[in-house]
Design a protein. Structure first.
Length: 172
């Protein structure tokens, strides 16, 4: 009953938008599979692809602000709370994107796909605050003391001097 009610409400709200089509079955499965797999951006490694999670009410505003400063294609999921972005250019856009995410209420931007040279130059995950980065480094050192599990993937490899300094700083 809830789904039927929501379909009727949407049809009523969108009645002036033009012809509407309700899909189900195989067509519906295909559409949701394409959304899950981010199919519109699955064509090669030439352009960086970002996964941005933020408050749905702010997502479209952040993308508009981004598009005013950089060339980007957007694909929305989670009612706008998950935004897939394909960027036309590389480096300056990472800082711009992450700054706009902070400006529009916070969240995080993860570089999902890019050429190897771009991935090496840009932090893949949202940079952490120094205290959280120190905690992450200590946890990584505890669980993987030989640094064999995805070295450098979640955080840059830390020397023992960096870890002891981070541990002392966190204890204060």
């Amino acid at each position: 009953p809830s789904v039927a009610y929501r379909i009727a409400a949407l049809k009523d709200l969108l009645g002036n938008a033009g012809p509407l089509e309700e899909i189900s079955g195989d067509i519906s499965h295909s559409v949701w599979r394409a959304i899950r797999d981010c199919a519109p951006f699955a064509d090669g490694l030439e352009k960086p692809v970002w996964r941005v999670s933020m408050a749905p009410a702010q997502g479209h505003q952040m993308v508009l602000a981004l598009r005013m400063q950089a060339a980007a294609d957007a694909f929305y999921d989670w009612q706008g709370g998950l935004i897939w972005l394909r960027m036309e250019h590389g480096d300056p856009e990472a800082d711009l994107l992450r700054g706009l995410v902070r400006q529009y209420g916070g969240g995080h931007a993860t570089l999902v796909r890019a050429a190897p040279s771009h991935r090496a130059a840009v932090p893949v995950f949202e940079p952490q605050a120094p205290q959280l980065a120190a905690l992450s480094a200590r946890l990584k050192a505890e669980f993987d003391p030989k640094n064999i599990l995805n070295p450098g993937r979640m955080a840059p490899a830390a020397s023992s001097a960096t870890l002891s300094t981070a541990t002392e700083g966190a204890a204060l």
